[in-house]
Design a protein around this ligand. Structure first.
Ligand code: ACO
Length: 371
């Protein structure tokens, strides 16, 4: 009998030096550094560099990278035109996916011999996507609200500029910092579904834009990145803290999956949740929204009581993004903006020792027969 591991659960498919998820100790390391320490002490730009290069940047490297990243933020007019053509009501994940795919068509180096999988060119592409995805996401948020997109500013760091382009002002430091923390926590998580999708596509020697476009598609689903959006729909459905237990009991009776809870790898709690919950607490205090914190706690406790299943990162990040002022449909595109770092690091790692990813299946259809 062939042993089938549905969903590749528990299957080790390759090695990676980018991050280590340890479910026993509930820890997550990026290139050896605990993610909690990075969230406390590093900028998102430093974390991006770390994921790509394996070491934190020295001051000169950081200055060079930051200057380049800021210069790459504006969008080519043709990308703006593509976004203008598409319905403003389309799901933002579909718009971001399309924008990334369109960016690939504007990269002439893809047509050079070997240029599509060249490491140096891929690093440049990774930086360009890191710089431009925020401009795309912010413009989508503004279009949805009937507002004109705001051009990026090169005097602001990544997080401040992202919020500036979205809201037309740089919010207080507590808000910018909570946003930075969320980006650091979402940046990388080893062989999750979207990263694996990117690696599968890369393994065929397709280009980086193709791999990232596919990864965005994989991230959209509510069992993966789409859960941060789905969490907020749950909060809206429940409405107030007093209804949390009743809502949960009927949702579980209908065999619904409760979004923002559970994880394929962590069974005793997601290592990233405490750090994001602290960031959420600062936002709750800043915006004076104890009601939201109550709902959060009541649903979490009820889930622990009924199912002993703990929250994942999407549970605190959803309400955090809502408090910052993002529309719910924009939450997963924010995850894209963060995870572009991890995806592109994995794409480059895959190419360093590539083998086509092509598993087997057990055939269970009809036996051979005549037409
Ligand atoms: N709500 C209700 N029950 C759950 C949940 C949940 N969120 N998560 C797991 N369970 C239950 C399952 O129903 C199953 O119970 P059973 O054995 O009685 O049938 C058991 O726990 C095991 O669950 P599986 O779905 O088999 O576990 P798996 O490892 O395949 O799933 C997953 C992990 C997909 C994340 C799941 O927990 C889930 O659907 N969660 C909700 C979606 C979500 O929040 N996704 C975000 C993931 S993290 C991220 O992308 C940052």
């Amino acid at each position: 009998m062939t042993e089938i591991r549905k969903g590749l659960a528990g299957v080790v498919v390759d090695s990676t030096a980018i991050s280590k998820v340890n479910p026993e100790t509930n820890s997550l390391l990026y290139r050896g550094y605990p993610v909690q320490q990075l969230a406390e002490r590093a900028s998102f730009e430093e974390v991006a560099w770390l994921l790509w290069h394996g070491e934190l940047p020295n001051p000169d490297e950081l200055a060079g990278f930051v200057a380049l990243e800021r210069s790459l933020r504006p969008l080519d007019d043709r990308i703006v035109a593509v976004l203008d053509t598409l319905p403003v009501t389309a799901h933002p994940m579909d718009l971001v996916r399309t924008a990334v795919s369109a960016l690939g068509t504007l990269d002439p180096t893809l047509l050079e011999k070997g240029g599509d999988i060249d490491r140096t060119l891929n690093e440049q592409r990774a930086i360009a996507l890191f710089a431009r995805i925020p401009t795309v996401v912010a413009s989508i948020q503004r279009r949805r609200r009937g507002q004109q997109p705001i051009a990026p500013r090169d005097d602001l760091d990544y997080s401040s500029n992202f919020l500036w382009m979205t809201f037309g002002e740089v919010p207080p430091a507590v808000v910018v910092d909570a946003f930075r923390v969320s980006m650091v926590l979402y940046a990388e998580h080893s062989f999750n579904a979207s990263t694996f999708a990117a690696r599968v596509i890369t393994s065929t020697l397709a280009d980086l834009y193709s791999a990232v476009t596919g990864a965005i598609g994989a991230l959209k689903g509510p069992l993966h990145g789409g859960a941060n959006e789905a969490v907020m729909h749950v909060f809206d459905e429940i409405g107030e803290a007093d209804r949390a237990e009743e809502w949960l009991d009927s949702a579980l009776a209908e065999k619904r999956k409760i979004m923002g809870f559970g994880h394929r790898v962590y069974k005793n709690g997601d290592s990233r949740v405490p750090t994001m919950k602290t960031a959420l607490d600062t936002l709750v205090e800043h915006y004076d929204r104890a009601d939201l914190a109550d709902l959060y706690t009541r649903l979490e406790s009820a889930m622990e009581d009924r199912k002993q299943i703990k929250p994942n990162l999407d549970y605190p990040s959803g309400p955090a993004y809502a408090l910052m002022g993002f529309e719910t449909e924009l939450f997963t595109p924010l995850f894209v903006a963060a995870r572009i770092t991890g995806w592109t690091a994995h794409i480059m790692e895959q190419l360093e020792a590539n083998a086509l990813i092509r598993p087997l299946s057990e055939y269970v259809g009809p036996d051979e027969r005549e037409v």
